[in-house]
Design a binder for this molecule. Structure first.
Ligand SMILES: C[S@@+](CC[C@H](N)C(=O)[O-])C[C@H]1O[C@@H](n2cnc3c(N)ncnc32)[C@H](O)[C@@H]1O
Length: 344
């Protein structure tokens, strides 16, 4: 019987560090009990086993995507492992079936407790080698047809095969890496880059944007790079080179004190590390400036242990003007989460 026909399945779920519990709560809410959770990395990475088929789990998690579950990888087989590379290779080829010429990305992760002296890269290389030899697959990093995920802990190896779009992220563990550019103004820029990708936005489609809480200017610089005319607001200073850009208008003020023309922006972005309720109030006051059908991308600071309540309250405070399209804790979010809204 193939894994897809079984009425039970197992996956490894990954959340941002410290948010594993929230991700587990979301899974429980979607499927109900009995789900067996086993911690692999406390409050971050966990194995979950449930009496639901692999394909059903994937369908539900990809169509009703949880906010805190960043990545899943199926566990099709589990192996009591002696730590030897050769035994891992021979078990791996017995556990997976792949078509010749299919493009395969091997993703390997391991816990810190695994002290075999072999690096993640070396495991990956060994797997790539044996799969290519056995099945004549084509090893790729991006643009794969299938991902072979291997997760190693002391004494046990877990393996699974999936389509990249079924893992919630095609990056290993959902850890999206961007290259830091020379002169990049802030790491915060990665958050907007990731939001663009995760929410399926094409920022070049927007002509005008308002950036609330813009300093030092990472988000503003990305919006300008996308060819958008930007109005940035922040009582703090914006990078001086950015100020030379003729597509930028800067108000060095508290956003509550700025007067904006009605329906003058297609996009509002806000990345203020502020009390969520105060930030919600401030954004609400600025909403007349957003056109109907316009987009808002907002980072919300999470009050620990009250993450769900914080999101619920913000969505409530901004409704009915803004309707939430997707809320996701991005890999580049720290104690926060990013929301994508459309103005009704
Ligand atoms: C996390 S930083 C933003 C980083 C920015 N997105 C970037 O990419 O460089 C938060 C900013 O919000 C600003 N801020 C806080 N309260 C504000 C308010 N009431 N009006 C405007 N900006 C505010 C702070 O001055 C700070 O510069």
């Amino acid at each position: 019987m193939s894994v897809d026909e079984l009425q039970s399945s197992a996956f490894i779920g990954t959340a941002n560090r410290g948010y594993g519990q929230q991700a587990q709560e979301e899974i429980l809410r979607l499927f109900g009990s009995p789900i067996k959770f086993t911690h692999l990395v406390p409050n971050e990475i966990f194995l979950f086993q449930l009496p639901v088929s692999k394909s059903e789990v994937i369908l539900k998690l990809t169509t009703q995507e949880p906010m805190f579950l960043r990545h899943i990888q199926p566990v099709d087989a589990e192996f009591d492992w002696d730590g030897e590379l050769a035994s891992l290779q021979s078990w791996a080829i017995r556990s997976v079936q792949l078509d010749a010429q299919s493009k395969v990305a091997v993703q390997v992760r391991k816990t810190e407790e695994l002290t075999t002296g072999i690096s993640q890269g070396e495991y990956k290389q060994a797997l790539d080698h044996i799969l290519t030899e056995t099945y004549a697959t084509v090893p790729v990093a991006k643009g794969s047809e299938f991902i072979v995920s291997l997760y190693l802990v002391p004494g046990i190896a877990y393996i699974g095969v999936s389509k990249p779009e079924h893992n919630l992220s095609d990056w290993s563990g959902g850890a999206i890496r961007y290259r830091k550019e020379e002169g990049q103004l802030s790491r915060a820029k990665f958050k907007l880059l990731e939001a663009e990708q995760v929410f399926g936005l094409d920022l070049t489609q927007y002509k005008t944007a308002l950036d609330v809480g813009a300093a030092p200017g990472g988000w503003t610089s990305l919006l300008l790079e996308r060819g958008i005319k930007v109005t940035a607001i922040d009582p703090a200073k914006l990078d001086k080179d950015l100020l030379k850009n003729k597509n930028l208008t800067f108000h060095q003020k508290n956003a509550a004190d700025v007067k904006l023309q009605d329906a003058s922006f297609e996009l509002i972005v806000c990345d203020m590390s502020w009390s969520p309720r105060q930030m919600g109030k401030l954004i609400k006051g600025l909403l007349p400036a957003l056109i109907t059908g316009g987009t808002a991308i907002i980072t919300v600071k999470l009050m620990h242990k009250k993450a769900f309540q914080t999101v619920r309250e913000l969505v409530g405070d901004l409704s009915p003007d803004l309707t939430v399209q997707k809320a996701k804790q991005l890999f580049h979010n720290r104690e926060e989460l990013t929301l994508f809204f459309i103005k009704a």
